[in-house]
Ligand binder design. Structure first.
Ligand code: SAH
Ligand code: SF4
Ligand code: F3S
Length: 467
């Protein structure tokens, strides 16, 4: 075990940039990512730090000197996936003491030292709040410390290491990190630390640079993105102010944001969404359950009546807007009656899409010891009923799109099949076939597609023109 305490490791000052030296020149690295969009972007940020230090990315872990497995721990299944991947990677990784296997992300933060026991050849563990220290920590491992636990470092304030993003039309931008809520089932507050927001001008500067590098759409990321700045840590700006500023960035075509929390909704946000043409008419607003009693046990901080008020205002102020959500079934003590309120909520709110999960008890969360779980087969059956309902609603809505013309931002283009792939403003997946007579599109172009076929996963049709 590493003898040095984590505080011996020289840290970068909050807000500092990359280490200037190219200490990893000639090294190769591979990153595997699990979990949410926030984690995908964390991998982009770690890749940015590694390339900034001279390392080059490779697509095969067997060829990499440095391997990062960026984990998620939201449900037990996420842990299992990461551990089985680590098992596979161990078998193929290069031999030699100079090579590094790092486990980063939320599972690393939650498990801490236990990771070294579970996967003995791990050299470094690092939580999501210490990304800025990735390079000094790698250097510490390289200089002879066999195992380094970076998860013990204090949670630093928000920083913005440069990210290595895939080339394309759309880019993630972190605007807020951490979570101050205390949902009884959720590990995120303990893995990502306290909520903190980036200054508006830094975000705007990053987006201007993204536009200059050819990106057309940004997705602003935060665990409670619409609670941005409410602690006064963004020079007094709140989320609606941030959205208006981003809406003014010249050349940017589309703005999305995720994830919003019902408690942090505001009239100002609705107004900005209604008035800013680049802000897309889609809101991901997790409701989790349709039962007030379950919501109270979950410590979500709102009732279905309050959720309903926001949805009614949204539908009134933003005609054609789409609403998606997250749902949990089988939470502690959930009765059939309580579950049926969730089915009612799905019928009532007509979600355009929903991610639904069986509750997974997580160590170190308040609900972990509560027990009273419905029998597994009951939860499985509830999840199936719920998913069937959500799917039948989206199938019906998708069918109603046949014959209509929608506008999509080109995210992928396959010249062989002349197929463009993108999303509508409402976030529906669309595939469109471009006629031979049309010039090839570029990623980030807006094209119109006349919908001919609808399935539960998306829409397909023929491109009819450029916007
Ligand atoms: N910050 C966001 C999303 C966080 S995690 C929010 O508050 O909505 C994404 C989703 O995972 C959650 O919305 C929830 O539906 C689900 N989730 C979180 N913890 C879970 C658990 N222990 N078991 C099952 N689902 C969980
Ligand atoms: Fe988890 Fe709740 Fe925070 Fe979302 S708001 S990250 S569900 S604690
Ligand atoms: Fe995301 Fe998973 Fe962490 S959902 S915040 S990577 S636990």
């Amino acid at each position: 075990m590493d003898e040095r305490s984590a505080t011996d490791i020289s840290l970068h000052e909050p807000g500092s940039a990359l280490p200037g030296e190219k200490g990893l020149n000639g090294k190769t690295f591979f990153v595997k990512t699990f979990g949410c969009q926030m984690n995908v972007h964390d991998s982009e940020r770690m890749s940015g730090l590694l390339t900034g230090s001279g390392a080059v990315p490779v697509g095969d872990p067997a060829e990499a000197d440095i391997i990062l497995v960026n984990t998620c721990t939201i449900r037990d299944k996420a842990d299992q996936k990461a551990l089985s991947d680590l098992g596979r990677i161990r078998m193929v990784r290069k031999d030699g003491p100079e090579n590094i296997l790092a486990v980063t992300g939320c599972m690393a933060q939650r498990e801490g030292e236990e990771i070294f026991r579970l996967v003995p050849d791990v050299d470094l563990i690092l939580g999501p709040s210490q990304i800025r220290n990735l390079i000094p920590l790698i250097e510490t491992v390289s200089s002879g410390n066999s195992r380094v636990n970076g998860t013990l470092l204090p949670n630093p304030e928000m920083t913005t290491p440069p990210a290595l993003r895939p080339k394309g039309a759309t880019a993630f931008v972190t605007v807020q990190e951490g979570c101050d809520k205390a949902c009884a089932y959720c590990v995120v507050p303990s893995t990502r630390g306290a909520e903190r927001s980036r200054p508006v001008r830094e975000i705007v500067r990053e987006i201007e640079m993204l536009v200059q590098s050819g990106y057309s759409e940004v997705t602003l990321l935060g665990q409670n993105v619409n609670g941005y700045g409410k602690k006064g840590d963004a020079d007094g700006a709140v989320f609606s102010d941030l959205l208006s500023e981003v809406n003014a960035v010249a050349g940017l075509k589309r703005i999305r944001f995720t994830t919003s929390h019902p408690v942090d909704m505001s009239q100002e946000l609705l107004e900005v969404m209604a008035n800013c043409s680049r802000v897309m008419p889609h809101l991901h607003l997790p409701v989790q359950s349709g039962s007030d009693a379950v919501l109270a046990r979950m410590q979500r901080g709102y009732t279905i009546g309050q959720y309903r008020t926001w949805v009614s205002r949204l539908r009134e102020m933003l005609p054609g807007f789409s609403l998606t959500t997250d749902l949990i079934v089988g939470f502690c003590g959930e009765t059939e009656e309580e579950f049926s309120r969730t089915l009612d909520a799905v019928e009532e709110f007509q979600f355009e899409g929903a991610f639904s999960f069986i509750y997974s008890p997580r160590p170190s969360t308040p609900a972990f010891s509560w027990g009273e779980l419905p029998p597994r087969e009951v939860s499985v059956e509830r999840l199936e009923r719920l998913q069937k309902l959500v799917e039948s609603q989206s199938a019906r809505r998708n069918e109603a799109q046949i014959g209509k013309t929608v506008e999509i931002l080109v995210e992928k283009w396959d010249p062989e099949t002349r197929m463009v792939i993108g999303r509508t403003p409402q976030f529906q997946n669309v595939r469109g076939v471009l006629p031979l007579s049309s010039a090839d599109p570029s990623l980030g172009d807006l094209v119109t597609v006349r919908i001919e076929i609808a399935s539960k996963t998306g829409l397909k049709g023929a491109c009819t023109g450029r916007a």
